[in-house]
Design a protein around this ligand. Structure first.
Ligand code: SAH
Length: 394
């Protein structure tokens, strides 16, 4: 196995168990290391620190798996980590035959580069580093053995694969291909259909499962506008909990079609789907002097790199400002950002700026984060990306 030596002064994050080593921290490599190979990491003084997988070409050159010199980076380690991740989700209560949840959340579960989402009897897998891509066959075999799924399907995020100089990864890894619609049970007794092959992400936004229930608690008897609704997660929770009316807006026609099927699956009626660009729709509603009691803003990731943060904050401010203008006094704004690069602090500042410009007093009622099947490891705060504020707009 090759050994990586760090530059002086770069030991500390590794000793504190941060799992990433950037290319700039590396002084040299002793021995041959190929794409995805296991490597040992030593400090500038030669002391052994940790072991991980190598990613040639990527900015994050090594992902660390163990800080125990006696622990090999082999199938036994992968099996133990998978067992631990699966046990955590069972402990959290994601247990039923048709449960949907994130079973493995990469670094947070000690498995950098690996995401496994369960949709009832099918698994959707993302292999996002050279290290995980090289271990695809082992991972599939272990998952098949531990979970006996009907099928394992790869849906790796193409942008992240590209950063690792990996070709797009999609297709059946094991067992049967998933059907077009899998019916899943999600927290709060809601049923959602997921399309693992053609849906966004791996089929659903599992990270919002708990937040939908929190937001729905403010929707009984209210006129609700669900912006960036995808397949209706928030809309259906709101309708089920007694919303007087729900308008659900998204640019994706297939997502809105699935929203109709999801409404049927939950026995709720009356959600009005609107195929529209939310930036334009909000302006149109303002022009028409429309008012709402509850507005949900759950936009896609606006910041994919550091140089996009400023543009992203302008986007967040724009939609939050208009949403505040559309709320009746005492209305509720449930606003989210899933851009990991926009901190919770910065996001709150953006919402603050919107409130100032809208001339409204705004109180934060609840702070939300990603659902508990996306845990955050304390040594890896980067694992936290979703933040939400439920605000009362006076
Ligand atoms: N709220 C959803 C998840 C939203 S994901 C849930 O709970 O499941 C973000 C959504 O925004 C995607 O469905 C995407 O199609 C949609 N989208 C992206 N840009 C948009 C725009 N400008 N206007 C409307 N929808 C947009």
């Amino acid at each position: 196995m090759a050994t990586i030596t760090l530059n002086p002064g770069k030991d500390r994050p590794v000793q504190q168990r941060h799992p990433w080593i950037f290319s700039g921290a590396i002084k040299g490599v002793q021995g041959y290391v190929g794409r995805g190979d296991a490597v040992d990491v030593c400090g500038a003084d030669g002391e052994w620190l940790a072991r991980g997988t190598w990613s040639s070409g990527s900015q994050i050159r090594v992902r660390l798996f163990t800080w125990d010199a006696d622990e090999a980076l082999d199938e036994t380690l992968l099996r133990r980590r998978l067992e631990r991740a699966i046990a955590t989700r069972a402990w959290l209560g994601y247990a039923g035959e048709s449960a949907a949840c994130r079973l493995v959340y990469a670094e947070s579960d000690g498995l950098p580069g690996l995401i496994v989402d369960r949709y009832g009897p099918y698994l959707a897998v993302q292999l996002l580093t050279q290290g995980m891509a090289a271990r695809a066959e082992t991972i599939s075999r272990l998952l098949a053995d531990l979970l006996q799924p009907r099928g394992i399907y790869e849906r790796s995020d193409p942008d992240m694969r590209e950063k690792e100089s990996l070709p797009p990864g999609e297709g059946v890894l094991w067992g049967e291909p998933p059907p077009e619609q899998i019916r899943t049970e999600q927290p709060g007794g809601l049923a959602f259909l997921a399309d693992l092959r053609a849906g966004q992400k791996t089929g659903a936004y599992l990270d919002q499962a708990h937040n939908r229930l929190r937001v729905a608690a403010y929707c009984a008897g209210q006129n609700v506008l669900d912006c960036f609704c995808y397949t209706g997660g928030f809309s259906i929770a709101a309708a089920r909990d007694g919303a007087a009316s729900v308008i659900a807006a998204d640019t994706s026609a297939p997502a809105l079609a699935m929203l109709g099927a999801n409404a049927d699956a939950n026995g709720v009626a009356g959600i009005e789907p609107v195929e529209a660009d939310v930036f334009k729709l909000l302006r149109q509603y303002r022009h028409e002097n429309r008012q709402f009691d509850v507005i949900i803003l759950d936009p896609p990731k606006f910041a994919h790199a550091n140089n996009q943060i400023e543009r992203a904050t302008r986007g967040y401010k724009d939609i939050n400002l208009i949403a505040m203008q559309l709320l009746r006094p005492g209305g509720v704004l449930a606003t989210f950002s899933c851009s990991g690069l926009v901190s919770a602090d910065l996001f709150q500042k953006v919402v603050f700026g919107a409130a100032l410009d809208a001339h409204r007093d705004v109180q934060v009622i609840e702070r939300l984060t990603q659902s508990p099947d996306h845990p955050v490891l304390l040594t890896f705060p980067e694992g936290e990306y979703l933040k939400g504020l439920i605000c009362r707009v006076l």
